[in-house]
Ligand binder design. Structure first.
Ligand SMILES: Nc1ncnc2c1ncn2[C@@H]1O[C@H](COP(=O)(O)OP(=O)(O)O)[C@@H](O)[C@H]1O
Ligand SMILES: [Mg+2]
Length: 414
């Protein structure tokens, strides 16, 4: 390995001991802007020169280019080490010239690539899952299996993320050793480091004050303080993400929320098992700028599966879709339909295919509005809920007894 002298101050202090951390499972979690991604990108560059082969993973392949790929190139630049690497933009590989070790990139949505990807020389020694809360437990297990077999380097699986909800599988899997009043815990296999924006001396004053002035109490906990989000803050916790059985049981349901410019339109393909009260979410579409014609083309493959329940606020769009061969019909949306729908959905078991990254994001963030004293109101935030609306429309006919309990704070879990 070439001798490299690092300026001591180019890596935030909290992370320095972890340059040589060899724990099998490494967790870097905490607030936004805390320097997690930059540190892990920097370490990855240095480790490649030591002969480690790293696979960098995110749920959605196309989000890698603007995140980890760029961070790693920036880190190479900042360290002044560009000449020691060859970068192949079309293959998405970065190779160290001294030893042939590689950094590879793949999205969990690209199953074939994940299965087949291997470094040119030697075995994979590292997997870094960025924004690991996006990733399903089954995918994590598969990646873990990829790190078996002999190698001169101890194998490591590194996860970085913001702690969005204590109900997440990562919490169950790793955080039994964790104490909320500490910033570091370890066992022989697992190390957990928590950082916040205060650990990142490179943040601009504007970034700092944006985080300090965050007014949403949930965001403040999770993104400013880096604490595990409390389930009570989010409306839905009765869902999980896992590989779906084939075939998926239940009856087909489809829902569509219209949108065009700023708001995307959202479509969901589901199956519902009434007796089990189980909703399977098979597929999603969430896009802005779709004309009804373009939308009808995207929906064409589903047209034969059944009718699609749509946002009744747009009768003209519904009529247009119908003339284009899509069996669209207006959802009824009675009084209190939003609250009733939420209440009903909270009593179901909702299972998402790992392909449904947008719905997962909406479910993770969907919260009650709060009044000025921070008291939760029986009214969801009307923001980022396009697929959740589609979910309600799709299942509207399954929600019997529409008047039951509606509006009672207790029934809504408040
Ligand atoms: N070692 C560093 N050198 C220079 N800038 C850094 C460093 N670490 C973090 N930063 C700056 O702080 C910002 C936030 O860091 P980042 O790693 O993206 O945080 P996180 O992943 O924890 O949200 C980066 O965009 C970068 O501008
Ligand atoms: Mg990050």
């Amino acid at each position: 390995m070439p001798r490299i002298t690092l300026r001591g101050d180019c890596i935030n202090k909290a992370y320095r001991p972890h340059l040589n951390n060899l724990h099998r499972y490494q967790i870097y979690f905490g607030g936004a802007g805390s320097g997690k991604s930059v540190f892990l990108a920097t370490r990855c560059v240095l480790d490649t020169l030591r002969g480690r082969n790293t696979l960098v993973v995110r749920q959605v392949a196309r989000t890698l280019r603007n995140s980890c790929w760029n961070e790693i190139l920036k880190a190479m630049n900042q360290l002044g080490l560009n000449r020691l690497f060859s970068v192949n933009k079309s293959e998405w590989t970065i190779t160290a010239r001294n030893n042939g070790a590689q950094i590879l990139f793949a999205g969990l949505d690209d199953v074939e690539k994940i299965k087949s990807i291997t470094p040119a020389r030697g075995a994979l020694t590292d997997v870094w899952i960025e924004e690991a809360t996006e990733c399903a437990y089954t995918d994590f297990k598969q990646l873990d299996k990829r790190l078996r077999g002999l190698s001169p380097h101890p194998k490591r699986l590194t996860l970085s993320f913001n702690p969005i909800a204590r109900t997440h599988w990562i919490y169950k899997e790793f955080f039994s050793i964790w104490r909320d009043d500490r910033v570091y815990s370890e066992s022989p296999q697992v190390s957990i480091l928590k950082t916040t924006y205060r650990d990142n001396r490179f943040l601009t004053p504007e970034d700092r004050s944006a985080l300090e002035n965050e007014r949403n109490p949930y965001y403040y906990q999770v993104y400013t303080l880096g604490n595990w989000g409390v389930a009570g803050d989010v409306i839905f916790t009765n869902w999980r993400c896992e590989a779906l059985p084939d075939p998926v049981p239940g009856e087909c349901r489809m829902g569509l929320d219209f949108g065009f410019a700023a708001d995307p339109c959202g479509f969901l393909l589901l199956r519902y098992e009434r007796k089990e009260r189980r909703v399977w979410v098979i597929g999603e579409i969430k896009e802005t700028g779709l004309t009804n014609l373009a939308l009808s083309r995207l929906l064409a493959p589903y047209a034969s599966l059944g009718p699609i329940a749509c946002d009744s606020a747009e009768p003209k769009s519904i009529a247009e879709l119908r003339s284009l061969g899509i069996r669209a019909y207006p959802a009824r949306k009675g009084p209190d339909s939003v609250l009733h729908g939420i209440q009903w959905l909270r009593q179901q078991e909702i299972i998402l295919s790992p392909a449904c990254a947008y719905l997962r994001e909406e479910l993770t963030r969907y919260q009650w509005q709060r009044d000025r004293d921070g008291v939760a109101l029986p009214r969801p935030r009307d923001q980022d809920n396009h697929l959740i609306d589609a979910l309600r429309y799709a299942l509207e006919n399954d929600m019997e007894d529409r008047r039951a309990q509606t509006g009672s704070k207790k029934a809504l879990g408040l």
